[in-house]
Design a protein around this ligand. Structure first.
Ligand SMILES: CCC/C=C/C(=O)SCCNC(=O)CCNC(=O)[C@H](O)C(C)(C)COP(=O)([O-])OP(=O)([O-])OC[C@H]1O[C@@H](n2cnc3c(N)ncnc32)[C@H](O)[C@@H]1OP(=O)([O-])[O-]
Ligand SMILES: NC(=O)C1=CN([C@@H]2O[C@H](COP(=O)(O)OP(=O)(O)OC[C@H]3O[C@@H](n4cnc5c(N)ncnc54)[C@H](OP(=O)(O)O)[C@@H]3O)[C@@H](O)[C@H]2O)C=CC1
Length: 275
């Protein structure tokens, strides 16, 4: 693995990476761990988590892993207690777990809207609250990076996640101010379309539309997204808080993969939905 950071930059740190078993979360866990942090990862499915933990250990990283659904407060609290019991503290939280399904807003059932808001907004809050109270506030130190999405404009076909991520962006700003007194920094990273196990589940039509409408004419990688997250989690970013950083090849500045159709009843998203 190539490094743009100095060896040992995270010695003595304990980093919790939610959704650290796959995609962007795994890349962050690996990069922070290789730079010296002890790592705790969680996700709903035990199998990919255990596999990821084995891969991290093979890189010489000290890893704690446990299944935890961030939508369930009692599981979140048990997970954080487990991390503190194992490592004695936590100093970094990467709120990366999340996701949604594409659907036209008019077909979005209340239960589906709620499921996505619970996952991305309430789950992020639950984890943040538990880690802050159990580890960051008592030690007067903590760094949080929230992984969101493009909230600079509307998100047709993704009304639930747009609303939830915009909520997380505002939470980022509020907590950056309110918890500065506790030595806690809070920032957000908004990826464009990144090639991961997550986007592999999206129709290839969408990924090609996204690539074509990205000024840099490619999709991002989990590793380059990780470099930005790792910078924000590091002491090198100690004067940076309350900000959202886009990593999207310029996509949020130009065009959209989902053009407004001319049809009388526009179809969002304008590609075949997965069965
Ligand atoms: C441009 C791309 C940019 C972004 C890329 C990425 O994010 S990559 C990362 C990509 N990675 C991820 O997104 C991974 C994480 N994402 C997920 O796990 C799911 O999207 C989740 C958040 C909905 C949770 O899922 P779950 O199964 O635990 O949910 P649940 O059991 O709580 O269901 C409650 C209700 O939600 C509804 N509903 C659910 N699914 C669908 C659907 N496909 N279709 C329609 N509706 C759906 C349905 O109403 C259901 O009730 P029902 O009808 O069953 O009574
Ligand atoms: N890739 C992209 O283009 C973009 C990604 N994002 C966001 O970046 C983050 C990482 O996505 P990416 O790596 O691409 O995709 P993945 O689907 O690989 O990652 C999502 C991870 O979150 C975990 N997760 C999801 N829901 C929960 C839950 N309720 N509790 C605990 N863990 C959960 C999943 O594990 P498990 O299923 O086992 O629970 C999985 O490890 C997500 O929040 C995603 O929405 C944002 C914009 C663009």
């Amino acid at each position: 693995m190539q490094h743009i950071f100095r060896a040992g930059l995270f010695d003595g740190e304990v980093a919790i990476v939610t959704g650290g078993g796959t995609g962007i979360g795994f890349a962050v866990a690996r990069e922070l761990g290789t730079l010296g942090a002890k790592i705790a990862i969680c996700g709903r499915r035990p199998e990919p988590l255990a596999e990821a933990a084995d891969r991290l250990r093979a890189d010489g990283i000290d890893v704690h892993h446990a299944a935890c659904d961030i939508r369930k407060t009692e599981e979140v609290e048990a997970f954080v207690d487990g991390v503190v019991a194992r490592f004695g503290r936590a100093s970094i939280l990467i709120n990366n777990a999340g996701g949604q399904f594409p659907t036209p807003a008019e077909h979005l059932a209340p239960k589906g809207f709620e499921a996505v808001v619970r996952n991305n907004l309430l789950g992020t809050w639950s984890m943040t609250h538990a880690v802050a109270r159990r580890a960051f506030i008592p030690s007067k130190r903590g760094r949080i990076v929230n992984v969101i999405a493009n909230v600079a404009r509307g998100f047709p076909g993704m009304a639930h996640t747009g609303a939830a991520r915009a909520g997380v962006e505002n939470l980022t700003k509020t907590l950056a101010v309110e918890w500065a007194v506790h030595g806690i920094r809070v920032n957000a990273v908004a990826p464009g379309v990144i090639k991961t196990s997550g986007t592999a589940q999206y129709p290839p039509e969408l990924l090609e539309m996204s690539r074509a409408s990205t000024p840099l004419k490619r999709l991002g990688s989990a590793e380059e997204t990780s470099h930005l997250i790792v910078y924000l989690a590091s002491t090198q970013a100690d004067f940076v808080t309350g900000q959202t950083f886009y990593i999207d090849g310029g996509a949020s500045l130009w065009g959209s993969p989902w053009q407004i159709p001319d049809d009388e009843v526009p179809q969002y998203p304008p590609y075949p939905l997965p069965e």
